[in-house]
Design a protein around this ligand. Sequence first.
Ligand code: DGL
Length: 260
Amino acid sequence: MAQPQSARPIGMFDSGVGGVSVLRDAHALLPRENFTYFGDNAHAPYGTRTEKEIRALTWRVVLHMLERDVKALVIACNTATSAAAPFLRKHLALPIIGMEPALKPASAYRSYGAILVLATETTLRLPKFQSLMSQYGEGAVPTPCPGLVELIEQGEFDSPALHELLGKILAPYRGTRVGAVVLGCTHYVFARKAIAKHFPTGTPIVDGNQGTARQVSHVLKERGLLRPPLPNGQAGTIAFATSGDAKTVIPFMRKLLRGE
Ligand code: DGL
């Protein structure tokens, strides 16, 4: 018997392990759903690549997802969304959910000081972010973080090297009143505690993960694709794949999913 449409997995991808931070929130919100996650670790980081390169890489991921018969595609990556979402929407009939730096919710803290938007160079350069800035950018400071994704891919979430790099990136803002910090790259969510140490206690550190999870739920509901409760209360499954070294990357992804 063919499986019902709603039992097909939700495809989710990122340049590497960063999107697992989105998967964690989406799985918590939608525990019955099946997920298939792909990390393009062999080609990470995306954040220093051109739009054209990212589109080509993303298309290879899409072919992997189509083979797995996904019912929706989540681009769990701000950089890939900026570079490829319109292109993917043009060529695919699937619902596609993308991400953007959470500048809109963070702008509520504008009166307390600058809103630092930490993201990749590519995310900050492309028109999607420029248009976000034109709507919510008052008091926002785009802050590229070269090298940060590479350290996080190595599992360095709170290491001396990570703090040294953050110290350099954030040096220009020392002494500036900061209203909030936006984690505009899904990798950075894993370094949230380390990033918070560079700001006064209580500084809001905002990411777009829960908003994205809610959007996935909303889109699936709208299309009648949400998986109904199963008779035995069973949870969905999560499959991982990578273009990198599966022997090391997949156990790492599973650890991140468990929050370890
Ligand atoms: N995790 C990604 C993002 O949200 C991509 C980082 C990268 O590969 O440079 O932007």
